[in-house]
Every structure is written in C-alpha cells, then in structure tokens.
Write a protein that binds this ligand. Sequence first.
Ligand code: ATP
Ligand code: AH0
Length: 368
Amino acid sequence: MLKPGPVRALGTMSGTSLDGVDAAVLLTDGEAIMGFGETAYRPYAPAERAVLAAALGRWPGETGVDEAAEIVETAHAEVMARFSDLAIAGFHGQTLAHDPQGRGTHQVGSGRVLAEVLGLPVVWDFRSADIRLGGQGAPLAPFFHFACAKWIGARAPLAFVNLGGVGNLTWVDPRLDRPDAPGALLAFDTGPANAPIDDLVRARLGQGCDRDGALAASGRVDEAVIAAFLAHSHFRRMPPKSLDRNDFSTLSAQVADLSDADAAATLTAAAAAAVAAGLDHCPTRPDRLLVTGGGRLNPVMMAMLAARSGLPVDPVEAVGLDGDMLEAQAFAYLAVRVARGLPTSCPATTGVAAAVGGGIVSRPSRAA
Ligand SMILES: Nc1ncnc2c1ncn2[C@@H]1O[C@H](COP(=O)(O)OP(=O)(O)OP(=O)(O)O)[C@@H](O)[C@H]1O
Ligand SMILES: CC(=O)N[C@H]1[C@@H]2OC[C@@H](O2)[C@@H](O)[C@@H]1O[C@H](C)C(=O)O
C-alpha cells in the first residue's frame, strides 16, 4: 500500500500521434497537486513508429499487435528507468483501437512486465473497468484537469482543451470540491485534431507534422468541407462521447482534391471548428480555453480556435502548467487515485454508470 500523504508518482503517456512517450513526476496524495517533478521524452524511431502505425485498428491476437506491444514496453522501460525515488507509476500504454460500444478499447503494453523490469508498483489498463460499467473509457484526463483548475486557483468555469492526435475538452467548475460531485465536470472528445494533418503532410510531403502551421498559414480554408464535416452525427451527440484516432477518415477524403496548403488549412480549421462546436454542449460558456497538447504550438490552429470559439485562448503555460506533459502527469495522478481506491471517472466524464476507479495495480515480485 502507498504511505499516507503526498507521494512521488511517475506517469507516462504514448498518445495517438505516435510520436513518442512522455513521462513526468507528480507529487500528489491523489486529490490535490502538491508539486511537479522531472520530465522526460523518448521519441519513437521511424521504424518503431511504422510498426505502431501498421497496428492501428487491431485487437488482441491480431497481426502486428505483439510487435507493437514489445516496442511500447521497451520504449517505456527505457524512459521510466531514468527516474528514481518513486512510490508508484501510471502506465497508459498505446491505444491501438477504441470502440467503446463494440469491441471495447485496446491499449498495448503490459504494466505487469514494467512492474517487474522497474521493481515498482505499476497501475495500468485504466480504461477497461469504465467500459465494463457502460462508460466510454475516455477521456480520463478530466479528473486531473479538475485538480489543475484548483492548483491554478481558478474561480469560474473554464475549459481545458487537449489538441493531440484527437481533441478533447474538459469543462470544469472549480467551485465544487470533488471531481465526481454533480456539476463539477463535463468532458468529451471534440473531434480529430492533429492526426489528419500529420497523415496529410506525411503522405504528400514526407513530413511528420505541419510545423508551426506554416503550410496551413499559406492556404485557404474550404468552408464547404468544414460545413460537411460539422454535419457529422458526432457533433450533435450529447456528451460524454469519445473517438478513435481514425474515426473521421471521411474528412481526409474530403480534402484529397485540395492543394497541399488548402488541405492543411482546412484540416486545421476542422480541428478548431470541432472544439468550437463542442462548446455548445457545455453547461455554461467557459471563461477561457486553456490549451494543452501539440496543437497549442501551432499558431494557425490557436488563432482559428480563438476566432471560431470567440473565447480567450491560451496555452496552459499561461497558468504555469506544462502542455507537453499534462497527460503524462494525469496518469501519475490517476495511478495514485487507483492505488488509494478513489474514482478516476464518473458519469459526466465518460458516461459510466457510477464513479469508478479503473486500473490494475501490478506489484513487482522483488522489492526495488
Ligand atoms: N510546433 C508544432 N507545430 C505544429 N504542430 C505541432 C507542433 N508540435 C507538435 N505539433 C503537433 O502535435 C502533435 C503531438 O501532440 P501530442 O503529443 O499532444 O499528441 P498525443 O498525446 O500523441 O495525442 P492524444 O492526446 O490524442 O493522445 C504532433 O503530431 C503534431 O501534429
Ligand atoms: C482511447 C484513447 O486513447 N483516447 C485518447 C485519445 O487522445 C485524446 C483523446 O483521444 C482522449 O480521449 C484520450 O486520451 C486522453 C489522455 C484522455 O483519456 O484524457
């Protein structure tokens, strides 16, 4: 068991962009944030990324899944071994497929293996229990966003927006005292964010991303494509709701005939428009949007988000948080909550029947 009070927890995240593993230390008792610690990043080599990309959409036992798991475990073991003095670690793994109403959700990488390798209790498989109880299994960062809102001293409802491969939004009312209190949170996946842009520039130009939005800045947004995109049933559906990385493949097809610049501009606008559409589902208009994830580094996406939402939009660095590491920190926070028997999701964040603590705790057979 964890000792009472704050502990040093390590969290790791390998996101839908397939760029690499983020790792970050958080000092927490599972409720409040008591401090932020060291961070590290371990990129996937191009050959590793290709194996992971080829395994997207696959389920346990299918071709390429074991190879993907081995890469994920090796990369995590390497980056996690750089940290010391840890009480526990949270390991998200790599999502290969997500179909909460159908086959479930599939993250590769075994926390049991990492617990043995690192000699540390590892919490993992955060999403399955939520899905078993009727939830979406995602997003899970919202309980941490609630703690972040407290940590920054927010006094009015605000929203955290993660612009990763997929986008997600957490509306937070920081005046409540617990994340699972009714009215404290509302969270959902907004739509595709960087994944379609990355896929476009990779296929057409051999680049990993539209760095700083340079290509999008030189293009023109095709508003007819955006209107057709916003007609998708996802945007009318009431939250909670979640998405798989490639759920919007029709969007990529709709920009196929556009120039490189116009396609990039249109996909960038789609990411912003999806977030703006999501705001209509929030209980109140948030005061501001605090943006985390790689999209906050794209000035074109940030400007489009400000224009389409009509709200002040800032990277989370504006309030002293780390937008590269927030999700890794979230899984450190959730790991401590699981170990302490606290819930990690609730009806307002995933649609789960009741607040639930999702995650398996694997302890090493030898002491660290
Ligand atoms: N300077 C930049 N300019 C433009 N885009 C950028 C920049 N830096 C990062 N990005 C985009 O952000 C993406 C990575 O974002 P992030 O690491 O938040 O995603 P992720 O955690 O993998 O995804 P998710 O949150 O969906 O799991 C990159 O793939 C790229 O598209
Ligand atoms: C199934 C899955 O891995 N979903 C990711 C993905 O990436 C962003 C969005 O879609 C979010 O729902 C989630 O990640 C973050 C960390 C979350 O659970 O909050």
